[in-house]
Design a binder for this molecule. Structure first.
Ligand SMILES: Cc1cc2nc3c(=O)[nH]c(=O)nc-3n(C[C@H](O)[C@H](O)[C@H](O)COP(=O)(O)OP(=O)(O)OC[C@H]3O[C@@H](n4cnc5c(N)ncnc54)[C@H](O)[C@@H]3O)c2cc1C
Length: 579
């Protein structure tokens, strides 16, 4: 007898060994059609399983903390798994696409053969959505050409939209490729991600925030045009006038749900002369002093930093420390110092309550040099032979490379919490939450306080409109050293990891008490969020569903908690409903 409530099975995608799985001749034909760029995929540490002392194993072991190396492997994922959520599992085959025609061949093959299709750029999905077993991967890494335009007009928009300066990039580029070309070489600004090695197409479809998003908006809101291969195998140009519904959906509607983006064009801006920073760590001597410190910082933030200039983060930890890692644009070092001095003086005046663990300071650097890797002590160069000299990653991102996650949650904090009548309650919730786990307040990932034009542009994206009313995204997350399958010496203490995950939940719960229906940033969020449609997209979800039905009615593009994924089994192989 069928189990009560078991979901209906409408149809299944083919797995290796199934009658429907393509014969070797069909794979060979596909390989020919993509000029031999069809490759077998192994897991990252497969060489260490087959030949633990071989050169290939040594290579991966030496490079596993290098995000560019991981991004260069077809089986690489930048996160080595998430407790009880997912573990990296390679596709059977990958097309290392060189152009849109290769992508079309892969999409058509997957659709006709009812295969599980996966798309990967640089592999930074926390949710594990760029890898899946028994699938065909389309890997965009090789499509990384970057071209600058002085006067760009989207296709079909001649006479309707004034030309603007812009940059076009292949979908496989990472942000440092654009920062190098746009800022270091050409002296302009493009809004991308904070993490230099994140993929451009994945981030834009997330919404995408960088350190200076309060000044320049989300990355998605700066998209002028994209080229995308949809489930029907067509190469479509999307912009404000051509396929505007799909254009809107890919601006924050989540990666891997709409088609395969092959190219993007983003607006560029005049570069501010300086970027600046403020830093330091303060430890309070008691819980009461820590509450005073949080309160004073929230007051200071509201009065002096809640504006287009300031982004990045502060962290509040259970050991009663406040860590400042803030950056600014449009201010010189003297201005930055003047802004922070009263706060620093207040801390120093209470030396019996507060100790300074890492020196407090503020300063500037020439914006043009911000992303230059050579001579930059905050960046780690990719030293592999043949790697571009401008490839490097922030020292502050090193711990994230290959991390195995215990848990993760994020909430957008509405700016109403900063209003004087709510501030007390907010400070109390921050303190309570920090009893369980470190909280990171990412001010650049909420757009309240941003340039009004940038807020307006963000409202015209699929991202949850809550982002426009939020002054920060709070992220509560933790994990441990890489635990890739096949990596010797790794064993996750599952009980300890589960305890850690429950601390993260408790910390998040303390904040959900004051923001019960908080939105959450799709790409930096809780894998287990039961209310994901509302949290990631709010009132935009039903419009996104309409676009999904129009361009991908058969659900070729499936990702965990992506638009339309509720019609599929958790692994994306079985269609269980059709609305
Ligand atoms: C260490 C780390 C740092 C991060 N820092 C930031 C940050 O500073 N700011 C921020 O906003 N976010 C950040 N993120 C989140 C990141 O923006 C998203 O995870 C983004 O989707 C990653 O894109 P990717 O190409 O690197 O990853 P992938 O794992 O390759 O792709 C992510 C998702 O997008 C899909 N996708 C990728 N390329 C395409 C394409 N061409 N067409 C269609 N779908 C595609 C994939 O299928 C997958 O579902 C960070 C994530 C990590 C792990």
């Amino acid at each position: 007898m069928a189990a009560i409530n078991s979901p209906a099975v409408l149809w299944r995608r083919a797995r290796p060994g199934d009658a429907g799985w393509p014969a070797s001749e069909a794979w060979a034909a596909l390989s020919r059609s993509v000029n031999g760029n069809l490759i077998k995929v192994d897991s990252l540490f497969a060489p260490c399983v087959s030949e633990p002392t071989g050169a290939a194993c040594k290579d991966v072991a030496q490079n596993m903390r290098n995000p560019f190396y991981i991004g260069d492997q077809p089986g690489g994922t930048q996160v080595s798994g998430w407790l009880n959520a997912w573990m990296p599992e390679p596709s059977v085959y990958a097309i290392k696409a060189q152009n849109a025609a290769d992508v079309v061949a892969g999409v058509t093959f997957a659709r006709e053969n009812k295969l599980r299709l996966v798309v990967k750029g640089a592999g930074h999905s926390y949710q594990g959505t760029s890898n899946a077993p028994d699938s065909l991967l389309i890997w965009t890494r090789a499509m990384n050409q970057v071209t600058l335009h002085e006067r760009f007009v989207p296709t079909g928009c001649e006479g309707k939209i004034a030309p603007v300066s812009a940059v076009t990039s292949g979908a496989g580029a990472v942000w440092i490729d654009l920062y190098h070309a746009v800022t270091t070489v050409a002296g302009h600004y493009v809004q991308g991600g904070g993490c230099a090695d994140v993929g451009v197409a994945g981030l834009i479809q997330s919404g995408g925030f960088g350190s200076f998003s309060k000044g320049f908006g989300s990355a998605a809101s700066n998209l002028l045009e994209a080229e995308i291969v949809t489930a029907d195998g067509l190469v479509r140009v999307v912009n404000a006038h051509t396929n505007p519904d799909l254009f809107w959906a890919i601006k924050g509607g989540g990666g891997g749900s709409w088609g395969i983006v092959t190219k993007i064009t983003l607006r560029t801006y005049a570069l501010p002369e300086y970027f600046g920073a403020a830093w330091g760590t303060i430890k309070a001597g008691s819980d009461a002093a820590f509450q005073r410190l949080i309160e004073h910082f929230v007051d200071f933030y509201t009065d002096k930093l809640f504006n287009p200039n300031w982004g990045e983060q502060v962290a509040l930890a259970p050991d009663n420390t406040l860590k400042i890692s803030m950056v600014c644009q449009g201010l010189d070092g003297q201005q930055a110092k003047r802004i922070w001095q009263p706060f620093f003086d207040w801390v120093k005046a209470s030396s019996k309550d507060f100790s300074i663990v890492d020196g407090l300071g503020a300063g500037e650097s020439k914006a043009r040099h911000w992303w230059e890797v050579e001579g930059n002590h905050s960046m780690i160069p990719d030293k592999r032979e043949g790697a571009p000299k401008y490839h490097g990653w922030w020292t502050g991102d090193q711990d994230q490379v290959g991390v195995f996650l215990h848990g993760y949650d994020s909430l957008w904090l509405p700016s109403s919490l900063l209003e004087s009548e709510n501030r007390q309650q907010f400070v109390h919730a921050l303190f309570q939450s920090s009893r369980h786990k470190e909280l990171q307040l990412h001010f650049n990932k909420g757009l309240a306080g941003a340039m009004p034009e940038m807020i307006k542009n963000a409202r015209d994206t699929a991202t949850n409109p809550a982002v426009c009313d939020a002054f920060a995204l709070v992220i509560i997350a933790d994990g441990e050293k890489p635990a890739y399958p096949g990596l010797s010496g790794t064993s996750v203490d599952v009980d300890e990891a589960a305890k850690d995950a429950s601390q993260i939940d408790l910390a998040a719960q303390a904040l959900y008490k004051i923001v019960p229906n908080a939105g959450s940033y799709v790409s930096e969020s809780n894998y287990f969020n039961p209310d994901w449609q509302q949290a990631f997209w709010g009132k935009n979800y039903s419009r996104l569903q309409t676009v999904k039905k129009k361009y991908d009615p058969d659900g070729l593009f499936f990702v965990h908690h992506g638009v339309g994924s509720e019609e599929w089994s958790a692994d994306g192989f079985t269609r269980i409903s059709r609305s």
